[in-house]
Design a protein around this ligand. Structure first.
Ligand code: PMP
Length: 306
């Protein structure tokens, strides 16, 4: 069970056991919530900093906008709530989970008659796909579950209900002995992992699916694109057929939780040499320099917790 300490709940810091909602809350029945996953890093200089806080808050409010959820807090108030949650729990490094959801009033499908409520939790959380996975790569499979078509559920909204698709992908992969599942989009092209974007390395170029691939606009993906450009690498947003997964020289997954996790095999077919590739390693190293405050150019991505 995750140990979170105090939780910010509708503007107040509550004790862990007091942060409760009613069982008739709309979100529990219909998935009507939007959330974020944000990381807090311990910097090399000993301070702690939230990584790309502004971008996460912007995406959270954008997700809510798509679902017509009017957030009863300004972005600045919300950011203060996040920093207060970290400070009250004396957290130095970990994961931050803001959630904005439809609460309890009516139980019809129309969500708009319910109050919009918010929580922020934060806790210690290490490598999502394992320390070993970060170093040597993970075994993944192509899921039999596709991502929803663009005119069904909006993939750019990080909405709670979208994660029913992710759960099917993840459970199937684990049941079959893999560590993660990759979903194709409705046309059968590569979309993303259950909670990560994907990059392929082919002939020295970095390839990632375009926005319209039923995948989330990942903030870590954006970091990787900037790192790649700094390293003088070619990055292309391209529609990628499934078989590219078997032909790529390197593959890695990106996400706030997953960070940059190499893929060692897809459907039991080795990727490249079957362990972390050279380009993946280089990008990982640059990534960790940035999040630990060792790259001046990206200092503004770090919100120091004073
Ligand atoms: N796709 C999905 C479905 C995700 O849940 C995540 C994690 N938020 C990502 C991609 C990666 O996004 P980010 O790098 O912003 O964490």
């Amino acid at each position: 069970m995750i140990e979170t300490g105090r939780i910010w709940f509708n503007g107040e810091l509550k004790e862990h056991d007091d942060a409760k909602v009613h069982v008739l809350s709309h979100v529990l029945h219909y998935g009507s919530g939007c959330f974020e996953g944000i990381r807090l890093y311990k910097l090399k200089n000993g301070k702690s900093a939230v990584f790309r806080l502004k971008e996460h808050i912007d995406r959270l409010y954008d997700s809510c906008k798509i679902y017509k959820m009017e957030v009863p807090y300004t972005k600045d108030e919300f950011i203060k709530g996040i920093l207060d949650t970290i400070k009250t729990n004396k957290l130095e490094a970990g994961y931050i989970r803001p959630l904005i959801f439809r609460g309890y009033n009516q139980l019809g499908v129309n969500p708009t008659c319910n109050p919009v409520e918010a929580i922020i939790a934060a806790w210690k959380w290490g490598a999502y796909l394992g320390e070993e996975g970060l170093k040597n790569g993970i075994k993944v499979c192509v899921s039999s579950w596709r991502r929803p078509a663009p005119n069904t559920l909006p993939a750019l909204a990080k909405a709670s209900g979208n994660y029913l698709s992710s759960q099917l992908i993840k459970m199937e992969a684990l049941d079959m002995g893999f560590e993660e599942g990759l979903a194709l989009d409705y046309l059968g092209n590569i979309s993303e992992g259950s909670g990560e974007n994907i990059f392929l390395v082919k002939n020295g170029e970095l390839l990632t699916p375009p926005m319209a691939s039923s995948s989330l606009a990942g903030i870590t993906r954006d970091v990787v694109v900037k790192i790649a450009k700094d390293l003088g690498l070619v990055v292309k947003y391209e529609t990628l057929p499934r078989e590219f997964l078997y032909l790529a020289d390197e593959i890695f997954l990106t996400g706030t939780a997953a960070e940059i996790t190499p893929v060692s095999s897809v459907d039991n077919i080795k990727v490249g040499c079957g362990s972390r590739g050279e380009m993946t390693k280089k990008i990982q190293e640059e990534f960790f320099k940035i999040v630990e405050g060792e790259n001046e150019k990206y200092r503004e991505w770090l919100t120091i917790v004073e």
